[in-house]
Ligand binder design. Structure first.
Ligand code: CLR
Length: 304
C-alpha cells in the first residue's frame, strides 16, 4: 500500500519537481533518499529528523527541541507503530502549546494544601483545566505509577473502573483503553476512552502525553459513550528543594461526548482532577509507608 501511494505522489508531483531549482531540488532529492531507506525490509526506520518536532518559538520547554536520545536512534518499527508514535508526539506538542500559552487562564479553585486549578476556553469553545500541585514523590516514582504501572491505576483510583494496555510501541508509547467509574448521583454515565499515551524524559522533566486514537479491532462498545481524552499532558518536574518532591502540572482536556449540560461537565472535570490528585497522594503515602516498614524488617533480619 505505502509504495503504491508513494509512486502515485511521485507521479503527481513529477511535473512540479522537474521545474524546481536550487535548494528545493536538493530537498526533493533528500526526501527521496529517506523514503528509499524507510522501505528497507518492510520496516520503517525512523530517520533522525523524525524526532525533531516543530516547537513553538517562545516556550520554556524549548530544550525539547533537542534530540531525544531514545527515539532519535533508528528503531525498527512497523508502519502502524510509527503512526502511534507520531500521534503521541503530536499530542505532546499540542498539549504543551496549550499549557504554555499564558493568555486567558482563570483561577477555578485553590486549596489549602496549595493545589490550584486554572481553566481556559480554547478557540472552538472547549474548556480545559490545568492543575498545579506539589507531590511527595520523585519524578521517577510518579512516572512509575502513572506510566509504567498504568494498568494498576484502578486499584488506587476508584474513578477509574478499568484500564488496559492494548499495544506497546517501544518503551515510551502505548495504546490504552480506560473505562471511568460511575459518578456520584450518576449525572454523567460511564465513559470509555481509547488513547495513545506517550512519555518523554528530558533532563529533570518527565512528560506524559495522551490523545484519543482509533484501533480497528476496538470499536466503541455498546452501553458506553466513547469520550475523547486529549491532547493532554502531565508535566512532572523535580522540585528544586527536595529530590523526593515533584511539581505536577496536569492539563485535562476532555470531550465527554453525549448530551450533558456544559455546567455539569465544567463542574465534574475539575472535581475529577481534585479527586485524582487526592487518591494519588494517598497511594504515594501508602507506598512510602510500606517501603519504610520493609526496610525496618530488612534491618531486623540482618541483626538476627
Ligand atoms: C468526569 C468523569 C466522567 C471522568 C473522570 C475520569 C477521569 C478523571 C479519568 C478517566 C481516565 C483517566 C486517565 C487514564 C490514564 C492516564 C494515563 C496516565 O499516564 C496519567 C493519568 C491518566 C491521564 C488518567 C487521568 C484520569 C482519567 C482521565
Amino acid at each position: 500500500m505505502l509504495p503504491a501511494v508513494v509512486k502515485l505522489c511521485c507521479a503527481i508531483s513529477y511535473p512540479h519537481a522537474r521545474s524546481m531549482a536550487g535548494l528545493k531540488r536538493t530537498a526533493m532529492a533528500a526526501i527521496g533518499q529517506e523514503i528509499a531507506h524507510m522501505k528497507k525490509g518492510g520496516h520503517i526506520f525512523l530517520p533522525d529528523w523524525a524526532s525533531q518536532l516543530k516547537w513553538p518559538g517562545n516556550v520554556n520547554h524549548g530544550a525539547l527541541r533537542m534530540k531525544d536520545e531514545r527515539t532519535s536512534r533508528p528503531v525498527g518499527l512497523r508502519e502502524e507503530e510509527v503512526a502511534y508514535l507520531k500521534q503521541g508526539q503530536e499530542a505532546l506538542q499540542k498539549a504543551l502549546e496549550i499549557v504554555q500559552d499564558q493568555a486567558g487562564w482563570k483561577r477555578e479553585t485553590s486549596q489549602e494544601n496549595g493545589d490550584v486549578i486554572y481553566s481556559k476556553v480554547l478557540p472552538g469553545a472547549q474548556k480545559v483545566f490545568r492543575l498545579e500541585a506539589v507531590l511527595d514523590a520523585s519524578p521517577e516514582e510518579l512516572y512509575d505509577h502513572l506510566f509504567v504501572k498504568v494498568e494498576e491505576m484502578n486499584q488506587w483510583n476508584p474513578n477509574i473502573k478499568q484500564i488496559k494496555v492494548l499495544k506497546h510501541v517501544g518503551r515510551d508509547t502505548m495504546v490504552t483503553h480506560e473505562v471511568s467509574a460511575e459518578t456520584a448521583g450518576n449525572l454523567i454515565g460511564q465513559r470509555d476512552f481509547l488513547s495513545v499515551r506517550h512519555s518523554y524524559k528530558h533532563e529533570s522533566c518527565i512528560y506524559l502525553a495522551g490523545g484519543a486514537t482509533q484501533l480497528e479491532s476496538f470499536q466503541p462498545q455498546k452501553g458506553f459513550v466513547r469520550a475523547e481524552d486529549g491532547p493532554t499532558c502531565i508535566i512532572i518536574q523535580a522540585d528544586g528543594v527536595s529530590s523526593d518532591r515533584s511539581r505536577f502540572t496536569w492539563l485535562l482536556n476532555m470531550d465527554l461526548k453525549g448530551w450533558i449540560p456544559k455546567s455539569i461537565v465544567n463542574q465534574a472535570l475539575p472535581r475529577a482532577q481534585t479527586e485524582f490528585t487526592w487518591h494519588l497522594r494517598r497511594h504515594l503515602a501508602e507506598q512510602s509507608q510500606s517501603r519504610r516498614a520493609q526496610s525496618r524488617r530488612n534491618v531486623l533480619a540482618t541483626r538476627l
